[in-house]
Structures are given as C-alpha cells and as structure tokens.
Ligand binder design. Structure first.
Ligand code: CDP
Length: 234
C-alpha cells in the first residue's frame, strides 16, 4: 500500500494534555502502530547531554542526532541498544526536548524516521506538528488540550506515580512540586508556541478536543467515533 493510502490519525497538543495515553489507547483499539514523536526529541536531549553537547548548539545537536540508532520495542525506548524509557521521562528531559526541538536542522534530521514509522494497517501519531507538518494529509487530526492548571495537576500526579531515576526522586519535594511543574509547563508552552520552526498550533482542519472535563475513556471514544465518520466521508 502506498504511504498516501495508509490511514493516519494525528493527535497534537501541549504538554500533559493526555495525548500520549489517549493516542496509545486509540492505536490499540484500531490495531494501528503508534508514534510518540516527543520521545524522539527527549532521546536527542538525553543523548546530547550524555555527550556534553549543548542543547543550544543547533548544528552539533542535529549532526549528532543523525548518528543515533533509535528503536521502539513494546514499552522500551532503545538508544544504541540501551533501554532509556525511564531516563527520558524526567522534567529535565522534557525541557531539554523542547530546547532541541526548536532547531530546524534537528527537525529535518528526524523527518524520514517519522515517515518510515507510517506502516499498514495505520498509524496514530502524537506530538506538536503531526497534523501541521509531518502528516498533513492525515485522515483525522485532533488537537487535544486542557487548561494549564489541569495539565500541571496531571503531570504532577504522573510524576509522583512514576519510577523516577534517583536524582529526580531525591528532588521530588522541591523540584517536582506542583508550583514548579506549573511554571515549567507555562515556559514550555511558550517556547513550543513561539518557535519559528513547526510551532505548536492547531491545524486548520483539526478538531479541537478540550479534556478538562473529559475522562480518558471519553476522549478515546470521541476520537474513535470521529475516525469512523471520517472513513464514511472519504
Ligand atoms: O509529554 P509531553 O507532552 O510533556 O512532551 P513530549 O510530547 O514528550 O514532547 C517533549 C517536547 O518535544 C515538547 O515540549 C516539544 O518541544 C517537543 N516536540 C516537538 O517539538 N514536536 C513533536 N512532534 C513532539 C515533541
């Protein structure tokens, strides 16, 4: 099947809007593949930090990213064969991801890898620019969001429930307090929305889904209904 005919559902939105959880459940229901594009930027943030490459150095970051061997296997995120699934989930790597993600050269370096993950029977892709840049011809585009307060509460609970690396656990009281998470989220939203390259914005043909008062199950069921509808109109 040509890539043009492979069904793609894009789910974009700001940090902690619930995109990841919802996208994975939609993919599982449909038996589709799942692309967590944010993980790619988190991996690059992690790998560059390990190699003392400054996140602000656009050219060095993009060149180094091209040398990385990245694979997703079930719950594992493999960087050159090593599982770094937990290491990339920290707030520090979220921040690093949003800094490296502003570099156009890095975004270009990660383009083919994202397109290659689009395989039959279909793909659910979550991120910031899935519907606007990476898969502009997607069958269905969702923009998932919630108020900053709701998102900060969700991220706070998520981090408390996570098996964090030792450094983050040590700092849970101060560094991962609700207030600091709220502040980080606000800064990250601003950086993601205001960058020149693929800024976070809703595609013109996307459906807005506000999740402040929606459960995960309700959001999933809404998207599945919209997908069924979109199949009838194409
Ligand atoms: O989990 P959360 O929504 O906080 O973040 P993420 O989806 O893992 O993405 C981390 C960062 O990567 C974001 O703040 C964006 O700056 C960047 N990103 C991006 O620029 N484009 C994407 N398609 C996905 C993530």
């Amino acid at each position: 099947m040509s890539a043009d005919f492979i069904p793609v559902i894009t789910i974009d939105g700001p940090s902690a809007s619930g995109k990841g959880t919802v996208a994975q459940l939609v993919a599982a229901q449909l038996g589709f593949h799942y692309l967590d594009s944010g993980a790619l930027y988190r991996i690059v943030a992690f790998a560059t930090q390990q190699n003392n490459i400054a996140w602000s150095n656009a050219e060095a970051v993009a060149e180094y990213a091209k040398t990385l061997n990245i694979a997703f296997e079930n719950e594992q995120v493999l960087l050159n064969g090593q599982n770094i699934a937990n290491e990339i989930r920290t707030e520090e790597m979220g921040k690093g991801a949003s800094i490296v993600a502003a570099h156009a050269a890095l975004r270009a370096a990660l383009l083919d890898m994202q397109h290659d993950l689009c395989k039959t029977p279909g793909l659910v892709a979550d991120g910031r620019d899935m519907g606007t840049v990476i898969f502009p011809h997607a069958s269905l585009k969702i923009f998932l969001t919630a108020s900053t307060q709701t998102r900060a509460e969700r991220r706070y609970k998520q981090l408390l429930g996570k098996n964090l690396p030792a450094d983050d656990l040590k700092n849970t009281g101060a560094k991962n307090s609700y207030q600091s998470i709220l502040q980080d989220l606000t800064e990250r939203d601003a950086r993601d929305q205001n960058r020149a390259s693929a800024p976070l914005c809703m595609a013109q043909d996307a459906i807005l889904l506000e999740t402040d008062h929606l459960s995960i199950a309700q959001a999933v069921s809404f998207i599945l209904q919209q997908y069924e509808k979109s199949k009838k109109t194409t």
